[in-house]
Structures are given as C-alpha cells and as structure tokens.
Design a binder for this molecule. Structure first.
Ligand code: GSH
Length: 220
C-alpha cells in the first residue's frame, strides 16, 4: 500500500485501483489536485483481485476503483468518487445551472465516451490487439471519434474547460481517457481544442500524470 503526502484529510481515505486504468487515475488525479491524503492499494484485475469475497463486499460489481473510509464507508464508481471528493472544492461549481452541466458531461463520459475510447485502448494497449477482438476494436472507432468531436466543439465555446472558464470534476472525468486516446487508435491532432485543454489541465497546480503515480508507487 502506498501513502501520499499532503494535508491531513478529514477522513482517512483508501483507494483500491490500478493507475493504468483511467477510471482509477481520475480519482487519484483529483485527490492530488486537492492535496488530499490517502492510501493507495493496487488491485490487479487480471489476477482476479477485484473478484475476491473481500473486494465484492466493498463493490458487488467487482470493478475498480473503490474508495473506502476508515469508518467502513465504501464507494464504487469513479464519477461518484469524484463528486464525493470534489463537492466542497473549486472543482464543483457554485451555481445550480453549471452543477447540472457538470453532471451532464460526467454522464456523457460514462455513456458516450468511456465505452468507446477506454475499451479501444484496453483492447489495443493491454491485450495487444488480438485477432479475435480486432472487429470490436474497429467498432469502437466511430463512437470514440463522435465523442471526441462533441468534446472538441464544446471546448471551442465553453471558456477553456468543459463547463466554464474553471476546471470542474467533469474535466477530470473526461481527461482520464481523452489524454491517452492515442493508445486506443484515436489521433488527437484533428481535435485542436482538446489538445489545448489537455495542456491546461496538465498545468493545474498539483497535477500528476499516470507515469508520476507509477514512479511514486514503485519507489515506496
Ligand atoms: N463505471 C465504472 C466502471 C469501472 C470499470 O469498468 N473498471 C474496470 C477497470 S477500468 C474494471 O474493474 N474491470 C474489471 C471488471 O469489471 O471485472 C466506474 O466508472 O468506476
């Protein structure tokens, strides 16, 4: 288990996940941007570590990430965890119209983006694009490009981030798989507003890349 530095949190938080997964990276990235203290417990889904009775007691779907507090409270679903962590921060807007927009883009991420961009990346990067999944990989390209095109149009007019001129948990949710979309075969050079947005997120104070977290974990 890895512990990070940072200011003392109110509740002791443990995240269970694998930073190579965008869904897990997004919660760790927000914790870093908010300078939250947490323990990190690596879970290898390919070894079945998310299907043990202990893990299923925390999340019956057997998926990562899961957040656990020291009082025993367990919360699965990456975007629910982003909301839990971000709701008292600048990453959750003050007005109700922008809050609803943030939720809308987080639902977009899970329904219209992640099932295409993340799955194509998984088949290509983690499974090595095996022959028997090539058709599935190809079938993800159209939906992935549709999602990236939608994001690019939104970013052309939204003020710099997805919902306004301020970053929100919707940006963190969407950043996780968008910035590694090339690993799923999506060339981001056709989406200049996304490329600029990625740089803006990478410049936020407290930003850490997937590789930064990998180095932190291997050095502890
Ligand atoms: N909607 C969930 C998706 C979680 C998910 O699919 N996690 C993957 C890794 S990225 C996983 O654990 N897969 C193994 C499994 O479901 O058995 C979230 O956003 O947290």
């Amino acid at each position: 288990m890895t512990s990070n530095g940072g200011a003392a949190g109110v509740d002791q938080i443990t995240f269970y996940g694998d930073t190579a997964s965008g869904n897990c990276y997004k919660v760790r990235l927000l914790a870093s941007l908010l300078d939250l203290q947490y323990h990190w417990q690596h879970i290898d889904i390919l070894k079945g570590e998310s299907k043990t009775p202990e893990f299923l007691a925390m999340n019956p779907t057997g998926a990562i990430p899961v957040m656990q507090l020291d009082n025993g409270y367990c919360l699965p679903e990456s975007n629910a965890i982003l909301f839990y962590l971000g709701q008292d921060s600048d990453y959750w807007p003050d007005d109700k119209e922008t809050r609803a927009l943030v939720l809308g883009w987080m639902f977009f991420e899970q329904y219209s983006h992640e099932p295409y961009v993340a799955v194509a990346r998984f088949i290509n990067k983690f499974l090595g694009l095996p022959e028997e999944r090539k058709a599935e990989y190809e079938s993800k390209q159209l939906g992935g490009h549709r999602a990236l095109g939608t994001m690019n149009s939104q970013l052309e007019t939204s003020g710099g981030f997805m919902c306004s001129e301020h970053p929100s948990i919707a940006d963190i949710a969407l950043f996780a798989y968008t910035h590694v979309a090339d690993e799923g075969g999506f060339d981001l050079s056709s989406y200049p507003a996304i490329v600029s947005w990625i740089k803006r997120i990478q410049s936020l104070p407290g930003f850490k890349s997937m590789d930064d977290f990998k180095h932190i974990d291997s050095s502890t």
